[in-house]
Ligand binder design. Structure first.
Ligand code: SF4
Ligand code: SF4
Length: 390
């Protein structure tokens, strides 16, 4: 597969159009990816309703700039995503999210369409190594091609979300928790993502890393200026570079580790050809990774000799447990819908309704944290956890 990744600096979304044209020109121009008369799905990351400055979703300036390039080729761009696990894939939900994320304006100013087809189809994928049957939203299947417009964010479950993970948005909203329930550990989940990437087969991936998200992303982290657009035809190559930029150890990135086991390339920086910049000039050494890395793939490799044998004994204490803040919870119910284990219910305390987590049922997938737009899901760290992460 193509191992080239292209990088272009962009310090302000006001320069998006100019910088993205530069990026795509370096890759051979939009004509290399889109043909006249085609319908092109712009698969943005629209996790939840959040203003562009929250860095939760692909910035509207990016989506509209790419849409204009697609239109110049005589093709029809349509903005498409099925938002996060706690949302039904309905017209009402889409309207709210398009408005909050700036997609309605992006569509107006660029002439792109907004998808309101909320149907999906079951697709069989015999080539899948782990999953051979997916539910995929119809607008992706009906399009002639997909452009993957992902966002660089830290991720409490998969360590980071980038080009490969963005494909999960082609699964209809409430079907997503089912995948978390079936694939509880990050390795199996990453394998599913690799199969999904194969079925969607996006023609081009562009990563919005102008304003990325660090900390406990992909929803409740903090915006972080990285000032960059990355482009690649191979989503895996793009994620290798993105991981290197944010200082995510390769062995803690389940997507790269599982891809390597499958013999896919590239999964290491020395297998990538980076064009447009030197990697040393792109690194963000102080980028905050999610606290949950303490329990994920490859964590053992980072323990000292005396910590490693103790890990199985204290496994539970080394995981971050989600807890609901009664004060902040608005009882919106988004986390209930997202929870794959039905571990969340509603309870009442002093006349106020709030969500409540049953720790015994919880598998630490953090979908509730991802879905809560009120910061009411807190990831609790034990004393031992803090000690191990000094
Ligand atoms: S915890 Fe958050 S997502 Fe869950 S009900 Fe409360 S406000 Fe809604
Ligand atoms: S309560 Fe546990 S299992 Fe349910 S969504 Fe939250 S982290 Fe996942």
């Amino acid at each position: 597969m193509d191992n080239r990744v292209y990088a272009v600096r962009c310090s302000d979304y006001g320069q998006s159009e100019e910088r993205l044209v530069e990026l795509v020109e370096m890759m051979g121009g939009m004509g290399a990816f889109v043909r006249e008369g085609e319908t092109i799905a712009l698969k943005a990351n629209l996790l939840r309703a959040g203003a562009p400055e929250e860095a939760v979703s692909t910035h509207p300036a990016v989506v509209s700039a790419v849409a204009r390039m697609v239109k110049k080729q005589g093709a029809e761009p349509v903005i498409v995503d099925s938002p996060g696990a706690g949302f039904r894939f309905t017209r009402k939900v889409l309207t709210r999210i398009y408005q909050a994320c700036g997609m309605s304006e992006a569509a107006d100013e660029s002439g792109a369409g907004l998808n309101f087809d909320t149907t999906f189809e079951v697709v069989f994928f015999p080539e899948g190594k782990l999953i051979k049957r997916f539910e995929i939203i119809t607008p992706i299947l009906k399009s002639d091609g997909v452009l993957n417009l992902c966002k660089l964010k830290s991720h409490t479950f998969t360590a980071m979300t980038g080009a490969v993970k963005n494909h999960f948005g082609v699964i209809p909203g409430l079907a997503k928790p089912g995948y978390h329930a079936k694939l509880m550990d990050t390795s199996r989940f990453a394998n599913m993502l690799l199969d999904l990437m194969g079925i969607v087969s996006s023609r081009l991936s562009i990563m919005d890393a102008v304003l990325a998200m660090e900390g406990d992303g992909p929803s409740g982290g903090d915006p972080r200026e990285v000032g960059l657009f990355l482009g690649a035809t191979n989503p895996l190559a793009l994620d290798v570079v993105a991981g290197e930029i944010i200082g995510l150890p390769r062995e803690m990135n389940p997507v790269l580790m599982e891809a390597e086991k499958r013999g896919m390339t590239p999964t290491r920086m020395n297998q990538v050809e980076l064009l447009g910049s030197d990697i040393s000039g792109l690194r963000c050494p102080d980028f905050r990774l999610p606290g949950t890395l303490c329990q994920g793939t490859g964590f053992s490799d980072h323990l000292t000799w005396w910590q490693r044998p103790l890990q199985p004994l204290f496994k539970d204490s080394l995981t971050q447990k989600p807890r609901i803040s009664r004060k902040k919870c608005t009882a919106c119910g988004a986390c209930l819908q997202a929870c794959p284990m039905k571990a969340i219910s509603m309870a009442k305390y002093r006349g106020k309704t709030h969500a409540l987590i049953d720790e015994e049922k919880c598998i630490r997938c953090y979908c509730c944290h991802e879905m809560c737009s009120d910061d009411a899901v807190i990831l609790r760290r034990s004393l031992l956890y803090r000690f191990a992460n000094r």
